[in-house]
Structure formats: C-alpha cells, structure tokens
Ligand binder design. Structure first.
Ligand SMILES: Nc1ncnc2c1ncn2[C@@H]1O[C@H](COP(=O)(O)OP(=O)(O)OP(=O)(O)O)[C@@H](O)[C@H]1O
Ligand SMILES: Nc1ncnc2c1ncn2[C@@H]1O[C@H](COP(=O)(O)OP(=O)(O)OP(=O)(O)O)[C@@H](O)[C@H]1O
Ligand SMILES: [Mg+2]
Ligand SMILES: [Mg+2]
Lengths: 163, 156, 156, 163
C-alpha cells in the first residue's frame, strides 16, 4: 500500500483544490519559503485524524481553515487516496480514499470511499495497514534539530515507547 | 518486557551501524550503547560516533552537522522496528554539507525501492536524486503545486 | 530610561523595516510593535510580517524559513544599536530557500563595504557572493584551512 | 579596525598552527561537517576572553585543548591580529595582536603584542574599540533557530538589555 494522491482545499495556504499525485519510490517536494510544503504534511496528518491543532501548527482547528480576504469562512477538506492492490487496508477496493472535512461551525466529518464514518472506525481500519496519524515515519521540520539535543535518558525512553 | 527491549535494541543498533557506515562511505563507525546493559531501564542510551579520520566522540561533542547525520541514522534505524508503508520527512538535510546531503539522498533513494519516501527539501543535491519532483508555490494568495522535471543524473 | 528605550526601539524598527523590504525585493512589509506603547516595559515586542502576495502574519504563524528571514532582519537591526567593527555569523542561511539565500548574501555583501563580515556557510549561493572564501577540512586528524577561488559572478 | 589574521593551534580540532588571513568586506568560511568551521568562531571568542567553556561548546576549559592520540596534553593558543590604522584600539601600533594561551595545568595567559597582560587590561583596551567577547555581532550556529521561537516578552527584554 502507498499514497497515490492527496487532495487539499480550504486548508491553511490551500484555497482552491490542489491535487498531488504520488507514486512508489522517492518523491521530493520543494519550493520557496512559506509556499505551503510543510502544510501538505500537516494536511496528511489532518486527514488521518490528528486531533491536536498544535501538532498541525495551528492555534485551534478553526485556525487551519484557509484565511482569505475575499471569501468568508469555508471548510478545510483533505482527502488521501491509497493504492490498496495488496489489500493491506482491509477494504475490498484497489483504491481507498480517506477524507476529513472540518467546517468552522465545528463539525469534523470523516469519510472512507465517500461513505461517512466515525474517526474511530477510520483509525481501526487504517491501523491494520500500519497507518497511524503519528509515528516515526512522519518527521516534521526541526525534528532533527530537537532530537539531536536529547539526553541519554530520553533516547532510551523513545525506544522503550516504540515497543 | 526486558527481553523485548533488548531484542529491539540490538536490531536498532545493527541498523544504526549499517546506516552510519553508509553515511560515511564505509570509512566511519557508529554504535549505540546502553549505560546499564544488565538493567537497561536504569540507565540511558548513548550514541558513539567515529567519523573518518577522527577519534570516536559522543553525540554531545559532535558538530551541528555531525549530530544531524547521527540523528537521521537513529531515526531511520527506529523506523525499522515497525516498518510502515510510507515515510514523509520535512527538511532533514538542512544542516548537512553537500557530500552528506548526497549520501543521504542516495541512501533514501535505495531504501525507497520497496517503499514510498516523500521528502521536503530546499537542496538541489537532494532534488536531483528523486524519482519525481513537485514544486509548491504561491499564486494569488494560495498554494499551487506543479510537477517539475526530475533529473536522473544528479547535478553534484 | 523609557526615553532611551523608545528612541532605540524606533531606530531598530526603522532598520528592521528597511532590511525586511530588502529581503522581499521591496514587495513585502515588516514591522515591530510594542504591545503597550505607553508603558513599553509592561508588554512585549511583537513582529508583524507581510510577505509578497500574502496577508500579514505574526512571527508565531510563519513558516520555518519565513521565521528565519524575520529573525535575521531582527538581529541585523539590533546590531545597528552598537555598530561593531566586525561581524561573525555561523550558518544563518540554513533554513532559507535559494532566492532568500541570494538576497541575504547580497544584503550582507552591500553592508560589508564599510565593515567586515565573516560568514560560515554550506551553501554555494552564499559562497559565490563573497569577496574571499576559505575552506576548512580535516587532514591527519586536524583542521587545515586553505584559500579557495572566490567567484565574482554568482552561480545562481 | 578589522580582523587581519587569526592563528589557532592546540585548540579543539586545530593541532599544528593554522593561520587564517582576513580582510575588510565579505569573507565566507566553508567546508565539510565537523571540519572545524564553528571551532574558528569559538577560537576567536576564546582569544577575546570568553570565560565560560559552555559558551565555547566545551565541558571544561581543558576540554578545549586539542585531544590527539599521539601527543600528550598541550596548550591551546589563539592569537587575533587587528588592523589598527584608525587607532580605534588605544595602542600606538598599526597592528594589535591579542592572544590567549591555556595549558592543561590550568594557567591562562593573555598577551597584547607579545607583552603579558591581565584579562581585565585586555578587555578594557578592546572595549574602547567596541570589541567585546560576546555581543550581537557574533551569531552562533543555531542562534537563529532559537531566536525564531522566542516570545514577545523576551524579544522586548533583549532590546532593553542592549541599551
Ligand atoms: N489558515 C491559514 N490560512 C492562510 N495561510 C495560512 C493558514 N495557516 C498557515 N498559513 C500560512 O502558511 C505558511 C506556512 O506554510 P508552510 O509551513 O507550508 O511553508 P513551507 O513551504 O514549508 O516553508 P519553509 O520552506 O519556510 O518551511 C505561513 O505563511 C502561514 O501564515
Ligand atoms: N579538544 C578537542 N580535540 C579534538 N577535537 C575536538 C575538540 N573539541 C571539539 N572537537 C571536535 O570538533 C568537531 C566540531 O567542529 P566544528 O563544530 O567546528 O565543526 P563544523 O565545521 O562547524 O561542522 P558543521 O558544518 O557540522 O557545523 C567535533 O567533531 C568535535 O568532536
Ligand atoms: Mg516548511
Ligand atoms: Mg558548525
């Protein structure tokens, strides 16, 4: 299983829908400072169910909805499509799309292949494929700088917590 | 619990050593060590680094870039405990010199064969070693993403 | 005491604004503001940044590289309070993209005319804009320094 | 006044004496990770009288003496030569050299143009030229990352302390 596409709209610097099609192997995302690169990583975590706005570098969940001078409050919507030919995600479908929509009204709606589900249902289905909202497979900007300064005790504890 | 920890520690240590060897063209040697091997939970976990041509040093006395190399190896080694279908890494090459950046991109490229690695980078050395490249930019106050030509032959 | 502070604050703010304008090709606007202008010591000092084509934001909500640009301008603005005969800066371009790195190197180059700037950098964009370049390397377990040809024409 | 030359020997990664001749304008120092670039900045601070080994990224002052497998304990010696044609440094000399030598025995010897002086004497002479051991003109590696995260209170305090 791998990520085939990420669609982002109304989320942080993404206003109108942007689709990023991905594939196996080595993909690099680049661009100027402040263009929205790290926001894509935040969008992925958001879609997978991250609850803490702080983890998504926002003051609150509403803070994550695209702020624009023109239009009023909209909703943030991120969809992640997985290539599931190996059926690691226990869904009878070659393509599995997880999406999350958050409106400033405060509602968060999760969908799997278009069908509304609870966050817990989505998390349970994804965890069978070892897909979690946070883990050592997602390295945030400055994580290296922070981890480079940890002490010997914390380093052991990190390994402990991983088992 | 102690056995599970020791087994994981040994696997992570082996992986760390081979990753560090890759990051130093086989000329350097890195290792992890438990402060208290008999009661691992009563001591910490130390990292010893020996870069080519230099004496062995602890993480604490390494340079900014040397710490970065060691930390990336430590993270990649930890990832091997629970292999995941994809990895997303944001500017992990920020403090690396040109040669270390090249080695890291080469290492990630080889690891990505059976997996999916998505790396955010500002460095040409990393960008030029990818299978595909996406450029993010701002237009009319919003982010846009376009596909950029990836180069099969690295520029440096 | 309050007058001395306000006078310094105004000078630093003016310098910050012109430096930020230089870092954004005159298309952006940055400013510092006291939370409590009437009793400055009872409030903090905020930084507002408006990058080209984007709405104004506070330091806290900027990206890693945007914070870096703002922080470098803040530091260079503070330096103007007590001008010193030389400046030594270690890897201040680490989190900047290619264009911001170029602008910063150009800014430092112009400021260095009446002064002395010694900058440690791993980036070609910065190195190629220097008057002279020194390369540090390890040989037989010790540091050596050699003069490298500086390029008057920048590579990017 | 500007720095004309820095001589370093026995200090951190510098074993045999290395001379770096400098000039006005814009100088860049580059090289591989761990080669000794930041150590040059530490050497400059050391020569100007930095007392805290922590500020020089060492556990103790002895930690700063070059550790080598071959030879035994040596002394760390850094000399900074200033171009003083404008006489900003109140010494009747076009070239003013400040040096500091530290032996593992624990002795720290300061010299000005070869003549031994106390640390205080050196500091007083240099401060007339606005040369201090620490100040905003010396930006250490990772200072930007740290300063980028400070709060609004600390930012005001920094300006306060500068006046
Ligand atoms: N809800 C929002 N609406 C509009 N813009 C937002 C919102 N949330 C965050 N931003 C903006 O997103 C920008 C940060 O984007 P991001 O962190 O993705 O940049 P980046 O491309 O990773 O840059 P860098 O290379 O500097 O790390 C900031 O300018 C921030 O103000
Ligand atoms: N007393 C000493 N004897 C020998 N080596 C030392 C001593 N003190 C520090 N070092 C070594 O100096 C190296 C760090 O050098 P320095 O910080 O100057 O590197 P750098 O060129 O700035 O690298 P980077 O690009 O990674 O920042 C470390 O490997 C450290 O072990
Ligand atoms: Mg970023
Ligand atoms: Mg350094």
């Amino acid at each position: 299983v791998f990520i085939k596409r990420i669609d982002i709209r109304g989320f942080k610097t993404f206003s109108k829908k942007v689709s990023i099609s991905l594939d196996r192997g080595f993909t690099v995302i680049t661009g100027p400072n402040g263009s929205g690169k790290s926001n894509i990583l935040d969008g992925l975590k958001f879609a997978l169910g991250e609850l803490s706005p702080k983890e998504l570098r926002g003051a609150s969940l509403s803070d994550l909805v695209h702020k624009s001078q023109a239009e009023g409050a909209r909703s943030a919507h991120v969809a992640v499509q997985f290539e599931n030919g190996d059926r690691r995600i226990p869904i009878e479908s070659d393509l599995v799309t997880i999406s999350r929509e958050f409106s400033k009204g405060g509602e968060g709606i999760y969908r799997l292949n278009g069908r509304r589900m609870s966050r817990k249902q989505v998390q349970d289905i994804l965890s069978s494929a070892d897909i979690q909202v946070s883990g050592f497979n997602m390295i945030a900007q400055h994580a290296i700088t922070r981890l480079a300064e940890i002490g010997s005790e914390e380093r052991r504890r990190i390994l402990e917590e991983l088992i | 619990k102690r056995d599970a920890f020791m087994s994981a520690f040994n696997r992570v240590n082996d992986t760390f050593q081979s990753l560090f060897a890759e990051m130093t063209d086989g000329q350097g040697h890195g290792r992890m060590a438990l402060e208290n091997p008999d009661s691992p939970f009563e001591g910490g976990l130390d990292v010893f680094l020996q870069f080519p041509g230099k004496p062995e040093l602890t993480m604490g006395s390494a340079s900014g870039g040397e710490k970065s190399v060691a930390t990336v190896c430590y993270l990649l080694a930890l990832q091997q405990i629970h292999p995941m279908p994809y990895y997303v890494m944001d500017e992990i090459d920020a403090h690396l010199d040109v040669l270390n950046t090249k080695r890291l991109a080469t290492l990630v490229r080889s690891r990505s064969k059976g997996s999916q690695f998505i790396v955010i980078s500002l460095k040409d050395t990393t960008i030029s070693r990818a299978d595909r490249v996406y450029g993010v930019f701002q237009e009319k106050g919003m982010s846009q993403v376009i596909s950029l030509p990836a180069r099969a032959v690295a520029v440096d």
